[in-house]
Write a protein that binds this ligand. Structure first.
Ligand code: NAD
Length: 291
């Protein structure tokens, strides 16, 4: 398949590399990055022009809208624009409308699994768009990921992503504050893990990504909280969840609290560039009067 790939950053470069490795004819474009092993075009439009599928993996909705306007103008009728960026639901739906106007199929398919999943080809895709678009993308999902769920019409992939990550942000904070309380109560961290990971407090944050160093499966906590999933990316996704909650009048008090905590952590407390599980040492360093 002839694939245009726009946005070759931390996620896009290894995803594109996996498509090249699988034998696809990939042409990439990035404003800054020039990764080895991926044939490059000189503009987004040039990468998109003759492609059967154009994938975008960009930082935010505003940039996606700009790139989409540029590529939809030159894409062939009936081909697919597969956007894997994490963006707000409104941008995803507007870009899908722009594609439809240009007789291009559109699918929003944000991912879970991070840089490790992008390199290993084990991402999970949450896809929004038509059945025809999903069918066209399926072979590529199978190369870049281990699972793809069709969540409904355009925007629903982004909806699934921000709901999932709102749960993740909230459960990580809950897990970290509970570890801190356990520490204060004199409860051994290994005992805390052994009980909670097999009890009703279990979650992915505890069981698979334990924020306490040297407890549970290997996680960024074991590597001095080097990301992994950086706190500022969690803040981005939480902000998207709160934008969506405002737009739909959904009551999300825990999501709002998690957003406020990660904002302070990233902007004022040294969380920038640290893994999002570094909330645990943050709690450990504080007392109740600090809240
Ligand atoms: P990144 O910043 O490393 O990569 C984005 C790339 O887009 C950069 O190389 C940048 O130069 C390029 N770019 C910006 N504007 C452009 C334009 N107009 N034309 C062409 N290229 C342009 O970000 P990333 O970590 O690769 O993340 C990409 C997306 O995936 C984001 O939406 C992010 O939220 C999402 N995501 C990231 C992770 C992660 O762990 N990094 C996990 C899941 C989802």
């Amino acid at each position: 398949m002839k694939i245009g790939f726009i946005g070759l950053g931390n996620m896009g470069a290894p995803m594109a590399a996996n498509l090249v490795k699988a034998g696809h004819d990939v042409t990439g474009f990035d404003m800054v990055a020039k990764p080895d092993g991926i044939p490059l075009a000189t503009s987004a439009a040039a990468a998109a022009k003759d492609a059967d599928i154009v994938i975008t993996m960009l930082p935010n909705g505003a940039i996606l809208r700009t790139v989409a306007a540029e590529i939809h103008a030159v894409m062939k009728a009936g081909v697919l624009h597969l956007d894997c960026s994490t963006v707000d639901v409104d941008s995803a739906r507007d870009v899908a409308q722009s594609a439809e106007n240009a007789k291009v199929l559109a699918m929003d398919a944000p991912v879970s699994g991070g840089i490790g999943g992008a390199s290993a080809g084990t991402l999970t895709f949450m896809a929004g768009g038509t059945k025809a678009g999903f069918a066209m993308a399926k072979a590529l999902f199978d190369i870049m990921g281990q699972k793809a769920v069709h969540c409904g019409p355009s925007g629903n992939g982004q909806a699934a992503k921000i709901c999932n990550n709102m749960i993740l942000g909230v459960t990580m904070i809950a897990t970290c504050e509970a570890f801190n309380l356990a520490d204060k109560l004199g409860l051994d961290r290994q005992a805390m893990f052994d009980v909670v990971s097999t009890s009703s407090g279990a979650s992915w944050s505890m069981n698979a990504y334990c924020p306490a160093p040297n407890i549970g499966p290997k996680s960024p906590a074991d590597n001095d909280y080097t990301p992994g999933f950086a706190a500022e990316l969690m803040l981005k996704d939480l902000r998207l969840s709160q934008m969506a909650a405002e737009a739909t009048d959904a009551d999300t008090p825990m999501g709002a609290a998690a957003t406020a905590l990660y904002k302070t952590f990233v902007e004022d407390e040294g969380g920038l560039g640290r893994d999002f599980s570094a909330m645990l040492p943050r709690f450990s360093a504080r007392s109740r009067k600090d809240s």
